[in-house]
Design a binder for this molecule. Structure first.
Ligand code: TMP
Ligand code: ASP
Length: 235
């Protein structure tokens, strides 16, 4: 599969068209960004790690009947995916309080959330990804409204699968973000990536943060955390 044309370059990935109109190449970059692009850094090896972790997770989700855009790995930092019509919505599932939830509502970090909390955000750096409810999604036409309960159901199923997976590896799945799109065959699928950039993962025994919070809050070497996640996933 060859890259024909650059379609889009984001903060962490470049998307290319291929000679097949319904397939795209996702190239994972070595750039880390946080706080809507305010903090940026090149971190060598991050692209490869996120590509690898994402592909492991997409493959596991595929075996559990979850539709994703993932087709296959192409190289250390590239994967082939189905082209999808992207909905500018981020779906976040939380098992433990952290990040913006703690900030917004004053809940103590680490508080268990049962049942898991699902939240929707509008994907917009300029607006700082504001939280939206179903009425905002309708008003702003961010996604077909009938898909909202479907996305929530899929997100909770993904949470069950990933929570079990990470628990077995000694990692707490604190929260994660999913993006959805419509595939060429009309079905709804998870797109983008599922990596420590888009999840919070805490070592169960030590409490060590293994995800992008290392970069956001200068908690330690990012690569070391991501490598721990990958090696535990592969055990
Ligand atoms: P938050 O606590 O900052 O709202 O983040 C919740 C989860 O979503 C966390 O695992 C990080 C992820 N996330 C992204 O993947 N992209 C984003 O732009 C933001 C704000 C969060
Ligand atoms: N992904 C967003 C950014 O790059 C926000 C974040 O993850 O903190 O700015």
């Amino acid at each position: 599969m060859k890259k024909i044309r650059k379609l889009y370059e984001g903060k962490a990935k470049v998307i290319y068209e291929t000679q097949e109109p319904d397939k795209l190449i996702l190239e994972f970059k070595d750039t880390a960004s946080a706080f809507d692009g305010l903090k940026k850094e090149v971190i060598k090896g991050k692209g490869n790690l996120n590509m690898e972790i994402s592909s492991v997770i997409f493959e596991i989700l595929g075996t559990q009947g979850i539709r994703t855009h993932y087709i296959k790995k192409l190289s250390n930092n590239e994967m082939l995916v189905w082209k999808a019509e992207r909905f500018p919505v981020e779906v976040v599932v939380r098992n433990l309080a952290a990040g913006s939830l703690v900030k917004r509502y004053g809940i103590k970090e680490g508080t268990a959330l049962a049942p898991p909390l699902v939240e929707f955000f509008m994907k917009s750096d300029e607006l700082h990804d504001p939280m939206v409810c179903i009425n905002h999604i309708k008003l702003l036409n961010l996604a077909p409204v009938d898909l909202i309960p479907k996305m929530e159901k899929i997100a909770l199923k993904v949470n069950d699968i990933l929570k079990k997976l990470f628990t077995e590896k000694g990692i707490l799945l604190v929260d994660f973000k999913l993006e959805f799109g419509r595939l060429p065959d009309g079905s709804i699928a998870i797109i983008d990536e599922i990596s420590p950039d888009s999840m919070r993962l805490w070592d169960k025994s030590t409490g060590e943060k293994l995800d992008k919070d290392r970069f956001r809050f200068d908690l330690g070497d990012l690569i070391e955390g991501y490598e721990k996640v990958l090696s535990k996933l592969k055990k």
